[in-house]
Design a protein around this ligand. Structure first.
Ligand SMILES: CC(C)(COP(=O)(O)OP(=O)(O)OC[C@H]1O[C@@H](n2cnc3c(N)ncnc32)[C@H](O)[C@@H]1OP(=O)(O)O)[C@@H](O)C(=O)NCCC(=O)NCCS
Length: 215
Protein backbone atom coordinates (compact mmCIF):
# COMPACT_ATOMS: atom_id res chain seq x y z
CA UNK A 1 0.00 0.00 0.00
CA UNK A 2 1.36 3.45 -0.91
CA UNK A 3 0.86 5.77 2.05
CA UNK A 4 1.21 9.52 2.38
CA UNK A 5 1.71 11.04 5.84
CA UNK A 6 1.01 14.69 6.50
CA UNK A 7 -0.22 17.03 9.22
CA UNK A 8 -3.96 16.66 9.88
CA UNK A 9 -6.61 19.37 9.46
CA UNK A 10 -9.68 19.87 11.65
CA UNK A 11 -11.87 17.77 9.32
CA UNK A 12 -9.45 14.84 9.61
CA UNK A 13 -9.98 14.26 13.34
CA UNK A 14 -13.13 12.17 12.98
CA UNK A 15 -11.74 9.77 10.33
CA UNK A 16 -8.48 9.46 12.29
CA UNK A 17 -10.39 8.75 15.52
CA UNK A 18 -12.48 6.13 13.70
CA UNK A 19 -9.20 4.38 12.75
CA UNK A 20 -8.01 4.62 16.36
CA UNK A 21 -11.21 3.22 17.88
CA UNK A 22 -11.51 0.49 15.24
CA UNK A 23 -7.86 -0.44 15.89
CA UNK A 24 -8.60 -0.94 19.61
CA UNK A 25 -11.94 -2.56 18.82
CA UNK A 26 -13.66 -1.50 22.06
CA UNK A 27 -11.40 -3.87 24.02
CA UNK A 28 -8.84 -1.52 25.52
CA UNK A 29 -9.54 -0.44 29.09
CA UNK A 30 -7.65 2.85 28.90
CA UNK A 31 -9.19 3.94 25.57
CA UNK A 32 -12.68 2.87 26.66
CA UNK A 33 -12.39 4.86 29.89
CA UNK A 34 -11.01 8.02 28.34
CA UNK A 35 -13.36 7.86 25.35
CA UNK A 36 -16.66 6.34 26.49
CA UNK A 37 -18.93 4.77 23.85
CA UNK A 38 -16.08 4.95 21.31
CA UNK A 39 -17.61 2.17 19.19
CA UNK A 40 -20.73 4.29 18.62
CA UNK A 41 -21.21 7.24 16.27
CA UNK A 42 -22.25 9.46 19.18
CA UNK A 43 -19.19 8.55 21.29
CA UNK A 44 -16.90 9.23 18.32
CA UNK A 45 -18.46 12.66 17.74
CA UNK A 46 -17.87 13.58 21.39
CA UNK A 47 -14.25 12.42 21.06
CA UNK A 48 -13.86 14.53 17.91
CA UNK A 49 -15.13 17.63 19.75
CA UNK A 50 -12.69 17.03 22.59
CA UNK A 51 -9.76 16.63 20.18
CA UNK A 52 -10.72 19.76 18.26
CA UNK A 53 -10.92 21.72 21.51
CA UNK A 54 -7.57 20.36 22.71
CA UNK A 55 -5.84 21.27 19.46
CA UNK A 56 -7.23 24.80 19.71
CA UNK A 57 -6.08 25.41 23.29
CA UNK A 58 -2.82 23.50 23.20
CA UNK A 59 -0.08 24.59 20.80
CA UNK A 60 1.90 21.48 21.78
CA UNK A 61 -0.46 19.04 20.06
CA UNK A 62 0.37 17.82 16.56
CA UNK A 63 -1.75 15.28 14.67
CA UNK A 64 -0.62 13.41 11.58
CA UNK A 65 -2.81 11.42 9.20
CA UNK A 66 -1.81 8.50 6.98
CA UNK A 67 -3.70 8.33 3.67
CA UNK A 68 -3.86 5.42 1.23
CA UNK A 69 -2.81 7.29 -1.94
CA UNK A 70 -4.75 4.98 -4.27
CA UNK A 71 -8.13 5.75 -2.62
CA UNK A 72 -7.52 8.97 -0.66
CA UNK A 73 -8.85 7.20 2.44
CA UNK A 74 -7.39 8.01 5.87
CA UNK A 75 -6.12 4.72 7.30
CA UNK A 76 -4.43 5.83 10.51
CA UNK A 77 -3.00 8.65 12.57
CA UNK A 78 -0.74 9.80 15.35
CA UNK A 79 -0.91 12.50 17.98
CA UNK A 80 2.30 13.98 19.34
CA UNK A 81 2.83 16.41 22.19
CA UNK A 82 5.91 18.52 21.55
CA UNK A 83 7.35 20.84 24.17
CA UNK A 84 9.96 23.39 23.13
CA UNK A 85 9.57 26.36 25.54
CA UNK A 86 8.08 24.91 28.69
CA UNK A 87 7.67 21.47 30.23
CA UNK A 88 4.05 20.31 30.61
CA UNK A 89 2.18 21.06 33.82
CA UNK A 90 -0.34 18.67 35.35
CA UNK A 91 -3.75 19.31 33.75
CA UNK A 92 -6.68 17.09 34.72
CA UNK A 93 -8.52 15.21 31.99
CA UNK A 94 -11.90 16.75 31.17
CA UNK A 95 -14.67 16.73 28.58
CA UNK A 96 -18.02 18.38 27.88
CA UNK A 97 -20.99 17.46 30.13
CA UNK A 98 -22.30 13.98 29.32
CA UNK A 99 -18.91 12.64 28.19
CA UNK A 100 -18.93 10.23 31.14
CA UNK A 101 -22.11 8.57 32.35
CA UNK A 102 -21.24 8.81 36.07
CA UNK A 103 -18.83 10.80 38.25
CA UNK A 104 -17.22 7.46 39.13
CA UNK A 105 -16.48 6.75 35.44
CA UNK A 106 -15.03 10.22 35.05
CA UNK A 107 -12.90 9.83 38.19
CA UNK A 108 -11.60 6.50 36.91
CA UNK A 109 -10.66 8.00 33.53
CA UNK A 110 -8.94 10.90 35.28
CA UNK A 111 -7.01 8.50 37.51
CA UNK A 112 -5.82 6.43 34.52
CA UNK A 113 -4.85 9.59 32.67
CA UNK A 114 -2.98 11.02 35.65
CA UNK A 115 -1.11 7.74 36.25
CA UNK A 116 0.04 7.84 32.61
CA UNK A 117 1.10 11.47 32.78
CA UNK A 118 3.09 10.70 35.97
CA UNK A 119 5.09 8.09 34.04
CA UNK A 120 5.78 10.57 31.24
CA UNK A 121 6.84 13.14 33.81
CA UNK A 122 9.44 10.70 35.17
CA UNK A 123 11.13 11.21 31.78
CA UNK A 124 10.43 14.95 31.45
CA UNK A 125 11.76 15.69 34.96
CA UNK A 126 15.14 14.16 34.15
CA UNK A 127 15.57 15.58 30.64
CA UNK A 128 15.95 19.09 29.25
CA UNK A 129 13.75 20.70 26.61
CA UNK A 130 12.86 20.14 23.83
CA UNK A 131 10.78 17.08 24.69
CA UNK A 132 8.15 14.99 22.92
CA UNK A 133 5.61 12.31 23.77
CA UNK A 134 3.66 10.14 21.36
CA UNK A 135 0.12 9.94 22.74
CA UNK A 136 -1.84 8.22 19.98
CA UNK A 137 -0.74 5.80 17.25
CA UNK A 138 -3.17 3.60 15.36
CA UNK A 139 -3.87 2.10 11.97
CA UNK A 140 -7.33 0.77 11.05
CA UNK A 141 -7.47 -3.06 11.24
CA UNK A 142 -7.91 -3.64 7.47
CA UNK A 143 -4.78 -1.63 6.74
CA UNK A 144 -2.40 -2.99 9.37
CA UNK A 145 0.86 -4.82 8.52
CA UNK A 146 1.18 -2.79 5.30
CA UNK A 147 3.60 -0.10 6.39
CA UNK A 148 1.25 2.72 7.48
CA UNK A 149 2.42 2.55 11.12
CA UNK A 150 6.06 2.72 10.03
CA UNK A 151 5.33 5.66 7.71
CA UNK A 152 3.55 7.55 10.52
CA UNK A 153 6.41 6.85 12.90
CA UNK A 154 9.06 7.95 10.37
CA UNK A 155 7.32 11.29 9.82
CA UNK A 156 7.01 11.92 13.57
CA UNK A 157 10.66 11.04 14.14
CA UNK A 158 11.72 13.48 11.41
CA UNK A 159 10.00 16.30 13.31
CA UNK A 160 11.41 15.10 16.65
CA UNK A 161 14.97 14.86 15.30
CA UNK A 162 14.76 18.21 13.53
CA UNK A 163 14.11 19.69 16.99
CA UNK A 164 16.62 17.45 18.77
CA UNK A 165 13.92 16.39 21.25
CA UNK A 166 14.10 13.58 23.81
CA UNK A 167 11.09 11.32 23.49
CA UNK A 168 8.84 9.12 25.60
CA UNK A 169 6.02 6.70 24.76
CA UNK A 170 3.72 4.55 26.87
CA UNK A 171 3.41 1.61 24.52
CA UNK A 172 1.12 -1.34 24.01
CA UNK A 173 2.42 -4.79 22.97
CA UNK A 174 1.49 -4.01 19.36
CA UNK A 175 3.26 -0.64 19.36
CA UNK A 176 6.45 -1.82 21.05
CA UNK A 177 7.94 -3.43 17.91
CA UNK A 178 7.27 -0.38 15.84
CA UNK A 179 8.93 1.95 18.34
CA UNK A 180 11.98 -0.28 18.80
CA UNK A 181 12.60 0.05 15.07
CA UNK A 182 12.74 3.84 15.59
CA UNK A 183 15.30 3.58 18.37
CA UNK A 184 13.07 3.56 21.46
CA UNK A 185 14.07 1.27 24.31
CA UNK A 186 11.86 -0.21 27.03
CA UNK A 187 12.83 1.28 30.40
CA UNK A 188 10.10 -0.31 32.51
CA UNK A 189 7.03 -2.48 32.17
CA UNK A 190 4.49 -0.81 34.40
CA UNK A 191 1.02 -1.45 35.81
CA UNK A 192 -0.68 1.92 36.13
CA UNK A 193 -1.16 2.71 39.81
CA UNK A 194 -4.67 3.81 40.73
CA UNK A 195 -6.45 4.77 43.98
CA UNK A 196 -7.94 1.90 46.01
CA UNK A 197 -11.52 2.66 44.90
CA UNK A 198 -10.64 1.37 41.40
CA UNK A 199 -9.02 -1.85 42.63
CA UNK A 200 -11.66 -4.08 41.00
CA UNK A 201 -11.10 -2.61 37.51
CA UNK A 202 -8.84 -4.43 35.01
CA UNK A 203 -5.14 -3.61 35.32
CA UNK A 204 -3.63 -1.39 32.62
CA UNK A 205 -0.08 -2.36 31.70
CA UNK A 206 2.27 -0.36 29.50
CA UNK A 207 5.87 -0.34 28.34
CA UNK A 208 7.58 2.91 29.31
CA UNK A 209 9.77 3.51 26.24
CA UNK A 210 12.34 6.25 25.84
CA UNK A 211 14.58 7.60 23.11
CA UNK A 212 17.40 10.01 23.85
CA UNK A 213 17.70 13.13 21.70
CA UNK A 214 19.74 12.95 18.51
CA UNK A 215 21.45 16.19 17.63
C1 LIG B 1 0.78 -0.64 16.24
C2 LIG B 1 0.15 -0.35 14.90
C3 LIG B 1 -0.08 1.14 14.77
C4 LIG B 1 1.11 -0.81 13.79
O1 LIG B 1 0.60 -0.35 12.55
P1 LIG B 1 0.93 -1.12 11.19
O2 LIG B 1 0.48 -0.25 10.06
O3 LIG B 1 0.39 -2.49 11.24
O4 LIG B 1 2.52 -1.15 11.23
P2 LIG B 1 3.48 -1.60 10.07
O5 LIG B 1 2.75 -2.30 8.98
O6 LIG B 1 4.29 -0.40 9.66
O7 LIG B 1 4.38 -2.63 10.84
C5 LIG B 1 5.43 -2.18 11.69
C6 LIG B 1 6.23 -3.34 12.21
O8 LIG B 1 5.60 -3.85 13.36
C7 LIG B 1 5.27 -5.20 13.18
N1 LIG B 1 3.96 -5.33 13.78
C8 LIG B 1 2.85 -4.64 13.45
N2 LIG B 1 1.85 -5.01 14.28
C9 LIG B 1 2.36 -5.96 15.12
C10 LIG B 1 1.83 -6.74 16.18
N3 LIG B 1 0.55 -6.62 16.56
N4 LIG B 1 2.64 -7.59 16.84
C11 LIG B 1 3.94 -7.72 16.45
N5 LIG B 1 4.47 -7.01 15.46
C12 LIG B 1 3.71 -6.16 14.80
C13 LIG B 1 5.28 -5.44 11.71
O9 LIG B 1 5.60 -6.78 11.42
C14 LIG B 1 6.36 -4.48 11.25
O10 LIG B 1 7.64 -5.01 11.45
P3 LIG B 1 8.64 -5.16 10.22
O11 LIG B 1 8.73 -3.83 9.56
O12 LIG B 1 9.91 -5.60 10.85
O13 LIG B 1 8.00 -6.19 9.33
C15 LIG B 1 -1.19 -1.13 14.72
O14 LIG B 1 -0.94 -2.51 14.98
C16 LIG B 1 -2.31 -0.67 15.63
O15 LIG B 1 -3.00 0.30 15.33
N6 LIG B 1 -2.53 -1.37 16.77
C17 LIG B 1 -3.62 -1.08 17.69
C18 LIG B 1 -3.41 0.23 18.42
C19 LIG B 1 -2.11 0.23 19.21
O16 LIG B 1 -1.82 -0.67 20.00
N7 LIG B 1 -1.31 1.31 18.99
C20 LIG B 1 -0.04 1.51 19.66
C21 LIG B 1 -0.30 2.37 20.84
S1 LIG B 1 1.16 2.60 21.83
Amino acid sequence: MAVKVELANDEDYLPILCCVFDAYGGKHEYINSLFPRNMTEEGRKVAEQRCLYLSQVSPNVKWYKATDTSTGKIVGGTMWNIYTDKKPTATPLDGPPGTWETPFDKGYAQALYEASRLLERSFFDTHDLPLAALSVMAVAPNYQYRGAGTALMNEGMKAVDALGAGCVILATDAGRWLYEKSGFRVRRHVTLELPEEYADRPKSRVFLMERERRT
